[in-house]
Design a protein around this ligand. Structure first.
Ligand SMILES: [Zn+2]
Length: 299
């Protein structure tokens, strides 16, 4: 028995020696989740690019794939073994699968309960936000908004959050760090307020909510690739940080939304234009936030 054990140990040692020169063999699996929005993509600078009816939409969806690909390349160079991309803009069918790095999987279409974070769970080691934008009400920040045009602000447990902020709370709930954000300078600065350790890649400078100074595309993409590669050193899931409850306050531009939203028993009006609700978990809160800004129509 003893002899047999020794034989197994010897065999294992030999196998290890053979495997060692290829460091990838000794590496653990690293899963990376990339959520890609459009307003903060390199080269995107006009509202006729961000929706399917726009004359320049075809160009913008290619630009979106290019920034996503730069992040994917960097992630793999930094040790990722599995990359999932979630198309997170508008109808969420912007990135053409044939334009995406063939090593990555792609989630597409907006009919998903967790929207910009669909598919994220506690098996991932890192989250990256690509093409993100400033939150609603930011005086500067290209196409600043949160969720959709109907919201003035969203607060979670008393803190005003944009899309990056909300998505970060959900990532932390799953125990996955947000390691990189790309977008204009305002979006990157706002993300750093929420997740200070995040690596930020500024691809353009917002002059106001419409005008922007674009960096050369090749430079921006090189920096995204490098940023993603370097950010992988922080790719390490931790024990999920879960609060006892999530109090959400949503302020709308139009009081009609409050009238519709309060038809749900747990949603209360706290002012003529604002509602509040409480959920035990962040995924539950996130799902209801999404219903309240996306699936209510007031014409
Ligand atoms: Zn967005």
């Amino acid at each position: 028995m003893r002899h047999f054990r020794l034989t197994v140990a010897t065999f294992a040692a030999v196998a290890l020696t053979i495997a060692t020169p290829d460091s990838a063999a000794a590496q653990r699996a690293l899963k990376v989740y990339i959520s890609v929005d459009m307003e903060g993509i390199s080269g995107v600078n006009g509202s006729n690019q961000t929706g399917p009816a726009g004359a320049e939409y075809g160009r913008a969806r290619k630009l979106m794939a290019e920034d996503a690909n730069a992040a994917i390349r960097g992630a793999f160079e930094g040790g990722a073994t599995d990359v999932l991309v979630n198309d997170s803009h508008g109808g969420q069918r912007n990135i053409l699968p044939e334009d995406l790095d063939p090593r990555a999987r792609l989630i597409s279409h907006s009919f998903k309960r967790h929207g910009m974070m669909e598919g994220l769970d506690s098996t991932f080691d890192a989250v990256m936000f690509v093409g993100y934008h400033a939150k609603a009400g930011s005086p500067r920040g290209l196409f600043a908004h949160t969720g959709s045009g109907v919201l003035v602000d969203v607060q979670v447990n008393g803190r005003s959050v944009g899309e990056g902020g909300m998505n970060s709370i959900l990532a932390v709930w799953h125990g996955v760090p947000v390691v990189m954000v790309t977008g204009d300078d305002v979006a990157v600065a706002q993300q750093k307020e929420v997740t200070p350790a995040v690596r930020g890649v500024v691809v353009k400078r917002a002059i106001n909510s419409r005008a922007v100074e674009l960096r050369p595309l090749a430079d921006a993409r090189r920096d995204i690739q490098q940023g993603a590669r370097e950010a992988m050193v922080s790719a390490r899931r931790f024990s999920p940080e879960r609060l006892r409850g999530y109090i959400v306050r949503i302020e709308y531009h139009d009081p009609a939304f409050v009238e519709v939203a309060t038809a749900l028993q747990e949603v209360h009006a706290v002012s003529p234009t604002a509602i509040e609700f409480t959920r035990e978990t962040m995924p539950e809160a996130y799902r209801l936030i999404r219903v309240l800004y996306r699936f209510i129509t007031v014409d």
